[in-house]
Ligand binder design. Structure first.
Ligand SMILES: Nc1nc2c(c(=O)[nH]1)N[C@H]1C(S)=C(S)[C@@H](COP(=O)(O)O)O[C@H]1N2
Ligand SMILES: [Mo]
Length: 518
């Protein structure tokens, strides 16, 4: 690119960065979705075809938001370059396109369920300052037709002072753009949440404590994931681009719909109720065979059934549509929330208040059901209803309305493609069959017979179980090991491979490894 065109492209990019940055920073004082980047990203997530969304979740797991954001940045930069280059000859047209894009973003902000009309203010403030930046920079970038370069007719190349003015202005725009992006919240989505408000909540002492995890629950093989998953390593699935910031004092839960009496409780009231602690393994329906979208935590909460009892659901009701502050919904059979499995309105995870990413200040945890039909984070409403009346977020995108967790097993040791020393080979991993319990786990080497493994102690039917097995004297060279679980109902995990959609992937986990020569 010749100097002029390059300067104009830079002008376009800087104007765009200033626009989005200033809007992002201003949005700090409004709802999160008031930031045009957040509104755009959320809209992209919403309109993405389920197959692509499913692919993104199973391929990138919890990093899928980062991939989306990088895609948006690349797309945005390309558009910015085009606007900048157009401004070189036709500043009016470029300014018009810039304004139209800004207005379109404002419309997306307005369309978000979490925004009010005032939330467009940041976008217009950003747009005004970005547009000013575009005009000022383009005027000083010159026509770029450097006479001595190509002899073409045109305006003269910018003078040295004009260039200096351009550089000065560009520098200022860079500083404004970078500083405001750093102050805004979109960038923090890429990393951990920076600048999130520090909120404190003191957890009550449990009325019912979970038994301590016995030593025998672990098989003691290096490389097997710990029985309790630390919150920082716990997988995360959010449809929202930005983790909602919900203060305990702002939180209320409403029980609505087919009930005899609508009920609303706030956090002070909830924390006064008797709390129960339970170890529960949560699993995502999008987890590929052998994948990592599963984890176990000690959850602290009040039984949901007690809260529903207060509202007295009508006999015709068979479903609870739980709603998050971010608009996400899940359909849970009423029975799963009222029977004695111990579904929780949870406020604590592993002895701490829920981390923001995992639903602070309150979420649902239902043993035996995949997260998308049960584990609503930042839950603010339980609408008692019927499966033939209401549908949930993922049901509208082609997934099943009801989804019990299927028995599954995973090999964690050895690593895929690892080279292990000659002789005996230790394989180990985890298996789960919530609400039913794991009865047996079997492995086989290459195409050999299924062999029963040694199972670690069971903590509860709702938690995963570690297992280990030793194959004696394995011949050097490449081998494969396959695992399957058998649950207490006698169901043997099927070998048939299916996609996660509509109700979880099936198939055996199989890895290959190499045994070194003696
Ligand atoms: N508000 C909200 N709650 C949600 C989701 C979501 O996207 N938004 N994802 C669900 C899904 S698909 C799963 S698997 C679990 C994951 O919980 P975690 O992110 O705490 O691991 O939360 C569920 N609750
Ligand atoms: Mo999920």
């Amino acid at each position: 690119m010749r100097g002029g065109a390059l300067r104009h492209a830079v002008a376009g990019v800087l104007a765009t960065v200033v626009f989005l940055g200033v809007a992002d920073a201003a949005a700090r004082f409004f709802a999160p979705a008031a930031a045009p980047l957040v509104a755009l990203g959320s809209t992209v997530i919403e309109v993405t075809p389920p197959a692509v969304q499913d692919f993104a979740i199973s391929t990138f797991g919890s990093a899928n938001k980062t991939v989306l954001l990088i895609g948006m940045i690349v797309g945005g930069l390309l558009l910015a370059v085009v606007i900048g280059v157009v401004a070189r000859r036709r500043l009016g047209l470029a300014a018009a396109v810039f304004t139209v894009v800004g207005a379109a973003l404002a419309t997306l902000v307005l369309r978000r369920p979490e925004t009010d009309p005032v939330d467009v203010i940041p976008t217009f403030v950003g747009l005004a300052i970005g547009l000013t930046t575009l005009v000022l920079l383009s005027r000083r970038a010159g026509s770029g037709v450097v006479v001595e370069d190509d002899g073409e007719e045109g305006q003269p190349a910018p003078s040295r002072t004009a260039r200096r003015a351009f550089l000065g202005l560009a520098g200022a725009a860079t500083v404004i753009g970078a500083a405001s992006l750093a102050f805004g919240r979109s960038v923090s989505i890429v990393g951990r949440e920076i600048g999130g408000r520090a909120v404190r909540m003191v957890l009550p002492t449990p009325a019912v404590r979970a038994a301590a995890i016995p030593g025998g629950a672990a098989v003691d093989v290096d490389g097997v994931v710990p029985f309790l998953t630390p919150a920082d390593d716990f997988y995360r699935i959010d449809t929202a681009l930005v983790v909602p910031e919900l203060l305990p004092e702002e939180w209320t839960l409403r029980i609505t719909g087919m009930v005899e009496e609508e009920v609303e409780i706030d956090m002070a009231e909830l924390l006064d109720l008797p709390m129960e602690e339970r170890h529960i393994t949560l699993a995502c329906v999008s987890n590929p065979v052998g994948g990592e979208l599963v984890g176990t935590a000690t959850w602290l909460g009040h039984p949901v059934r007690r809260i529903l009892e207060r509202a007295r659901p009508l006999p015709e009701a068979d479903m609870v549509l739980s709603r998050s502050v971010d608009g996400f919904t899940a359909s849970t059979p009423l029975k799963a929330l009222t029977d004695d499995r111990g579904s929780l309105l949870a406020v604590g995870m592993n002895g701490e208040p829920l981390p923001r990413e995992h639903g602070f200040p309150a979420r649902l945890v239902v043993p035996g059901l995949y997260g998308f039909v049960s584990a609503t984070k930042w839950v603010v409403e339980l609408q008692v209803t019927r499966f033939d009346r209401e549908t949930a977020y993922w049901t509208d995108r082609g997934w099943d309305a009801k989804a019990p967790i299927l028995a599954a097993s995973r090999i964690e040791v050895p690593d895929p493609l690892e080279e292990v020393p000659a002789g005996a080979v230790v394989v180990a991993g985890t298996a789960w069959a919530q609400q039913v319990g794991v009865a047996r786990v079997e492995v086989r080497l290459d195409d050999g017979d299924w062999q029963e493994v040694e199972l670690a102690e069971e903590v509860s039917i709702d938690t995963w179980r570690q297992w280990r097995h030793t194959f004696d004297d394995v011949a050097p060279g490449q081998h494969a090991v396959t695992v399957r679980a058998i649950d207490r109902a006698g169901t043997v995990q099927t070998a048939e491979r299916t996609d996660p959609i509509p109700n979880a992937a099936t198939g055996h986990h199989r890895i290959t490894f190499t045994v070194a020569d003696r």
